[in-house]
Structures are given as C-alpha cells and as structure tokens.
Design a protein around this ligand. Structure first.
Ligand SMILES: Nc1nc2c(ncn2[C@@H]2O[C@H](COP(=O)(O)OP(=O)(O)OP(=O)(O)O)[C@@H](O)[C@H]2O)c(=O)[nH]1
Ligand SMILES: [Mg+2]
Length: 314
C-alpha cells in the first residue's frame, strides 16, 4: 500500500480516532471471550452495528453472511464467530479498494500534473482535508498547488491561503464571487508552467439537493477534463463522519453528478458513527482512502481496512 513504511503510526492514529466507535462494540468483548454462545449474540451484534451507524441494510447483510458461515461450518465457539465477523467486515471495506489512489500508483504511471477535485456539503471538512492532503503528498515527494475554487463563502479564500502559507504550498485564487472553474483552470496552468505534480481543487460547500450548485460542480469538472488528459484523476468526497447515515445519501447524489472516486471520512475522531465506512463501501462502492483524525495538519491517516476493523473490534 502507498503508505507502507509507517504502518504503526497508521494503527495508532486509527485506534485513537475510533475510540468512540469502538465503545459501541464493547458489549461484544465479553461475549466473544466466552466459550459458547447463544442466539442473543446475534441481537447484541445487530445492536452494536446499528448503534455505530452501519445502517440497517449493511447490518443485515453482515449478520446474514456471518450466520451462514457459522451454521455451515458448525461453529461452536464465540471466538470463532468473532473471526468470521472480522473477515466479513474487512472484506466489505476492501472490495472497493481494488484501485489505489492516483498518488499511490507506481511512480512512472502517475500523470504530471494530476488533479484532485474535492467536494462535499457545507462544513464537512473539505478545506482542512485539502490542506492535510497537500501536506501528506508533499511528504511523499509530490509537489502541490491548491486551487481556491470556493469563491462563494466569505473568508474561504483567506482560510485556504493561511493553510497554504503554513505548509509552504502555493494557492491560486481569484476574488470572491468569480467563476470557480476559472480558478481550477489557472491552477492547472500554474502546475504545468512550474512542473508541479498535483493540483488540488477545493470547492464551496453545497447541499446535495441544490441542483444548480451541483451542476456547477459538473462544470468545474469539465474544465479540468478539457485541460488535463484523464483529469480529474480523483474526485474526493469529504464526508463528515459525525453525520453518520446522512453521508450515505450525500455520497449517492454527489456520485451522480461528479463520479466520486474516493472518500475522506473527516472528523472520525469526534464520533461513534464510524460504522458509516461499511455502509459507504458496500452500498456506494466507493473506497474510503483517508480518515480525518483531528484538526491539525498531520491529522489525516490512510484508511486501512484491517487496521480499522481491528481497532473497532478491539
Ligand atoms: N476533529 C476534527 N475536526 C475537523 C476534521 N476535519 C475538519 N475539522 C473541522 O471542521 C471544521 C470545518 O472544516 P472546513 O475544512 O472548513 O470544512 P469545509 O467543508 O471546507 O467547510 P465549507 O467550506 O464552509 O463548506 C473546522 O473547524 C475544522 O477544523 C477532523 O478530521 N477532525
Ligand atoms: Mg471550505
């Protein structure tokens, strides 16, 4: 995986950020430690999954798969049930991850420049995640330029410029109210002219039911497409993990407009609703690439399905 080399740090960050989500699974620890189990295990498991915002359809799917396995293989011990559960949870998260993010591709396959379009509802964590991602990419030796394509919200440009200064990344901006597509255009031109490898386009927050604003996203995307072969190479939806199941609907609608290729699950540190990762992976089929683990620039961690599942199951 693209972050291999610091996996103990990934484990540590994931563990800390999933503390609240993990608490929802605490009831299962005693059950899994017992020798045998009875039917109440399934009720407890269902309750844990639902309360961690896995959602009903995905919870039912998981229960059915695990039960089937347990019956077929005539499992008698609760710790073996735990193993099946773990494998099932990991499989759900891994399925959409068969494709790695563009920045994790082999060096000679990464286009130069490449573009990442960042989208999401108001306040989800787009700008912060954009800055964190630029910081991460620079750490991988991938130079970045940021496009301040939120020309709508007052002080949005200043916010991203502050981040840019802090991490030493150039920010391309226009005045408030101007066309966000032209900011993206200029950022691509700047990257081409200066041999910068990644263009990250931060956009204004918009609700998924505001169709005119959703259309505007499509326009930004088309400008990137026209000016960069195969671009945008990633369209990242930033989901606020604290909103849980609402994220599912957002992911569906944003995907309809702009073909979301990956998700950053922001603010995982502040919520017990981390189970949304399973619903998004299974019901939308879009991989979670990264998780937001706090408000500082380094609080972004690669999402590793095994590490995540082990963290929430203890
Ligand atoms: N705890 C925590 N806070 C976060 C995380 N990511 C973002 N935030 C906070 O969430 C708030 C909103 O973040 P922004 O990055 O401004 O969100 P945005 O989506 O750009 O907002 P708009 O541009 O207004 O739509 C800020 O106070 C961030 O510090 C995270 O991973 N963990
Ligand atoms: Mg913003």
């Amino acid at each position: 995986m693209w972050w291999r080399g610091n996996s103990s740090e990934v484990k540590e960050r994931t563990k800390n950020a999933t503390e609240k989500t993990r608490s929802k699974f605490d009831v299962l620890v005693n059950i899994f430690n017992r020798q045998d189990f009875d039917n109440s295990l399934w009720d407890d498991l269902e309750e844990a999954l639902i309360s961690a915002d896995v959602g009903l359809p995905t919870t039912e799917y998981i229960l059915e798969r695990v039960r089937k396995n347990v019956q077929e293989k005539k499992i008698k011990s609760a710790s073996d049930v735990r193993l099946f559960l773990r494998d099932e949870l990991v499989a759900i998260l891994e399925t959409p991850l068969s494709r790695v993010p563009i920045w994790g591709s082999p060096e000679n396959e990464i286009p130069q420049p490449f573009a990442i379009l960042v989208v999401g509802v108001n306040g989800a964590g787009k700008t912060t995640s954009t800055a964190k991602l630029a910081f991460t990419l620079q750490g991988l030796g991938i130079s970045c330029v940021l496009a301040a394509a939120d020309t709508f919200r007052a002080a949005a440009v200043e916010q991203i410029e502050v981040w840019g200064k802090r991490i030493g990344v150039r920010v391309i901006s226009h005045q408030n109210g101007s066309d966000p597509s032209s900011v993206a255009f200029d950022a691509i031109a700047a990257a081409k002219a200066n041999n910068i490898r990644a263009v990250i386009v931060d956009t204004a927050g918009r609700l998924h039911n505001q169709s005119n604003l959703m259309e505007e996203l499509g326009k930004i995307k088309r400008v990137i497409e026209r000016n960069l072969l195969d671009g945008p190479h990633e369209t990242l939806l930033i989901l606020d993990a604290t909103t849980g199941q609402n994220g599912l609907q957002q992911a569906k609608i944003f995907s309809e407009y702009v073909n979301v290729t990956g998700i950053i699950l922001a603010k995982l540190d502040g919520t017990a609703r981390g189970g949304i990762a399973f619903a998004v992976a299974r019901e939308i089929g879009v991989p979670v690439y990264l998780i937001g683990t706090g408000e500082s620039i380094e609080d972004l961690s690669p999402f590793d399905p095994e590490v995540f599942v082990d963290a929430i199951l203890n």
